[in-house]
Design a protein around this ligand. Structure first.
Ligand code: SF4
Length: 358
């Protein structure tokens, strides 16, 4: 039986579109969910036709998986368990939003061997949540965090920095409140693509520059409270790293199901059609075979995102040379490995541009 590291399922439904979001999702309606589940079942069956593949991790993301009702969750879970061997799964995560997560969802996830919930908190300041166009407020977020923590499931929280009007005081408040409940925190810089609703008002602001001090503060504050920075955007006490995402950064195989999901299997990338209509009507995934060189560049960039960095034995000579020419305070270099320093992590985007352009 072939061992595949991870399974990702993209749930393409949300309650309402947030002002900054460029992920693929549509408003939920019951008939589109049932057509989506049918298409998902066909896709899963294509993977299981030569025998069930054994999984190490499962990640249900989106969109908003918690807009699915319990009966829709049962069907989704059944599709996964029937088509894949889940007996060796070490981590199973569902994303959730504070507004739609219920105690019934939590019981269902626990009863079906899920181990983790990743909650889209984004901020614990109500005016920032309003600017972002989020449907929840800080009280709803706190209730949801409390519910997950008391269930015994591991909780990861997403936070956004660089929000217009955000101050270090409000950022500190958001970090401190989620630290009370979470064992994993992801911090993302607000970025606005031209098509999102927030773009006309804030798109011209220099958000990256505005976000720098918040990121720097998270790098200072979270490790002092036991949350080590193990990846550019991710912080956790040792042993609580997200195993599923580690598979992406190690370039391991990940099967991804659903509209707009992208699989990576044996060095080949399969990009599913982006829209739900195309996905339901059976449009095939676009296949992209990476050359050994492209694969090596990608692996270097992905591994450098993590605190473990990249093995020098796997580095293309031109990449190693380019790294050695960059300012030395960006990298920790040993005879075996190269990893980013804290400053290097802050300037990650400029480093990727240099390396990818080679
Ligand atoms: S809930 Fe998440 S996926 Fe849905 S619109 Fe908001 S940010 Fe995007």
């Amino acid at each position: 039986m072939k061992k595949v590291k991870g399974l990702y399922v993209h749930v393409p439904f949300c309650e309402r579109k947030c002002g900054y979001c460029s992920f693929y999702s549509v408003m939920k309606n019951n008939s589109s969910v049932s057509e989506w589940l049918e298409a998902l079942e066909h896709e899963a069956e294509r993977y299981s036709k030569d025998g069930r593949i054994s999984l190490s991790t499962i990640y249900i993301g989106g969109g908003t998986p918690t807009v699915l009702s319990l009966s829709e969750w049962e069907r989704l879970n059944e599709i996964i368990r029937r088509n894949f061997d889940t007996s060796s799964v070490i981590e199973a995560t569902s994303e959730a939003n504070p507004n739609s997560l219920t105690s019934e969802h939590i019981s269902f996830l626990k009863d079906n061997d899920f181990t983790r919930i990743s909650l889209g908190v984004q901020s614990m300041d109500d005016s920032e949540l309003k600017i972002l166009g989020r449907i929840h407020n800080s009280e709803t977020a706190e209730n949801a965090m409390r519910l997950v923590k008391s269930s015994g499931l591991n909780l990861s929280c997403d936070l956004i920095f660089g929000i217009p009007s955000q101050t270090l005081r409000t950022w500190n408040k958001s970090l401190r409140r989620v630290m009370e409940y979470a064992s994993h925190i992801s911090c993302y810089q607000l970025t606005l693509e031209p098509e999102v609703p927030m773009y006309p008002r804030y798109g011209k602001d220099d958000l990256n520059n505005a976000g720098y001090k918040f990121y720097r503060y998270a790098q200072y504050m979270l490790p002092r409270n036991g949350f080590e920075q193990y990846e550019i955007s991710n912080f956790a006490p040792p042993g609580h790293e997200c195993r599923h995402n580690l598979a992406y950064w190690n370039h391991s195989d990940v099967i991804a199901l659903g509209a707009s999901a992208v699989s990576y299997i044996d060095g080949v990338r399969y990009a599913n059609p982006r829209t739900l209509e195309e996905y339901i009507s059976g449009v095939e995934a676009a296949k992209e075979e990476l050359t050994p060189r492209e694969s090596a560049v990608e692996l270097a960039v992905l591994s450098l995102r993590t605190k473990w960095g990249v093995s020098r034995a796997n580095l293309l000579p031109e990449i190693e040379e380019a790294i050695l020419k960059m300012p030395p305070d960006l990298f920790m270099i040993t005879p075996e490995r190269i990893a980013l320093t804290q400053r290097g992590m802050r300037l990650g985007n400029s480093i990727w541009c240099e390396l990818i352009g080679l």
